[in-house]
Design a protein around this ligand. Sequence first.
Ligand SMILES: Cc1cc2nc3c(=O)[nH]c(=O)nc-3n(C[C@H](O)[C@H](O)[C@H](O)COP(=O)(O)OP(=O)(O)OC[C@H]3O[C@@H](n4cnc5c(N)ncnc54)[C@H](O)[C@@H]3O)c2cc1C
Length: 411
Amino acid sequence: MKLKVYNTAIIGGGASGILAGIYLNDKKSIILEKNEILGKKILITGGGRCNLTNNSTLNEYTKSYYNSGNYYRSAFNLFFNKDIIKLLEDNGCKTKVEDDNRVFPVTDSSKTVLDTLIKILDKSNTQYKLNCNVTSITKEENLFIIQYNSKKIKAKNVILATGGNSYPETGSTGDGKNFAVSLGHSKTKNMGGLSPIKIEEQWIKKLQGITLDVSLEFKANKKSIVKDSGSIIFTHKGLSGFVIMNNSMTIEKHLRKNQEVKVNMDLVPEYNYETLDKILQEDFKQHSNQGLKRYLHKYLPKNMVVIFLEQLNINPETILNQVTKKERVKIRDSLKRITLTVTDVLENESRVTNSGIKRKEIDPNSFESKVVPNLYIIGELIEGCGICGGYNLQKAFSTGVLAATTIREAK
Ligand SMILES: Cc1cc2nc3c(=O)[nH]c(=O)nc-3n(C[C@H](O)[C@H](O)[C@H](O)COP(=O)(O)OP(=O)(O)OC[C@H]3O[C@@H](n4cnc5c(N)ncnc54)[C@H](O)[C@@H]3O)c2cc1C
């Protein structure tokens, strides 16, 4: 039987694949998506609110992908944060900018972003087919043969937009890497990025769900490896939040060397030791009849105070004038420094995959493979991730648009 020949087959209909489809705008091109819907992962981004991009400058962007920011310059020059915002807004999805330049839809719902992208794709000429699990891609002469379910099609170009392998329940199960390797790309070791961490101290579990702005310093074998500050979230296993996830790859590197990793957290970074000491002494005198538990709400979230005091072996019901000097000093020191032991980086909870197809095997001016002509690799499937804040979706959008534009202009 003669197989149908497409101009381009986009494998995967997530963030990068949808944008590639929109910008290809070609009725002889098709997106093959294994799920029953497009963009399943988009729905869970940003805690269900979709932090779709970051409104910072190109210069800031180049620093936000660990050591690979410059690699995406051509993609960002073609399609940047303002472009995805405009595309969405022109089609009815209004956006807003929050702390740290993070951009969200005004509805605070990822579904609005996904529905809008699908609406735009529907208006374009590119077709898409759901429930198509691609199982192999081979190349014969100048055409790719793509097998999905029990069918086969041919295509002049293939765009691999299958994502990484984090949150595999959304469809990203690492298939793209296997396809690329079978076509001649090098194998890479799996490495997650942006992961929560596991903490040894069990009392931390009682704080699950509490969010706090802290300064922290990670040490490996007693040597400082990371100093940072930001919002953390206590979890059932340890710690999460942007500041934890953004540094998880560094922590992992040291854990893999079997080093002892500790984190010192300053729970009240807005006060230095001396100021805090003075304020505590004065407040304890001035409000001597106030309960300690209530007083400490000044520094810590309400539901954290009792657990914090129990940990210090101080009765939370104590009145300020009953607190001994030794206890006051203990409170001061612990507000300024809580030391915890990091036992693991929770790779299976990582938000993105850091490993992927090697950047040096892909041309950053087109995202065409340097190993296999007419094969394009976009989105999270490209080695290296961005920090939290909308940078990973922007990478997916921008690389998708550049690959599609390259193909369209080559016609
Ligand atoms: C919990 C969570 C929260 C996140 N929050 C944010 C955020 O707020 N902001 C941000 O910038 N980034 C965020 N990210 C990261 C971001 O979602 C990804 O980097 C981005 O979706 C990658 O886009 P992609 O198109 O490369 O891959 P994906 O979005 O993963 O899409 C890949 C698609 O390919 C399909 N596919 C895979 N294999 C096959 C196959 N064999 N056949 C057919 N189809 C296939 C999959 O089903 C999937 O639909 C978050 C990630 C997670 C897990």
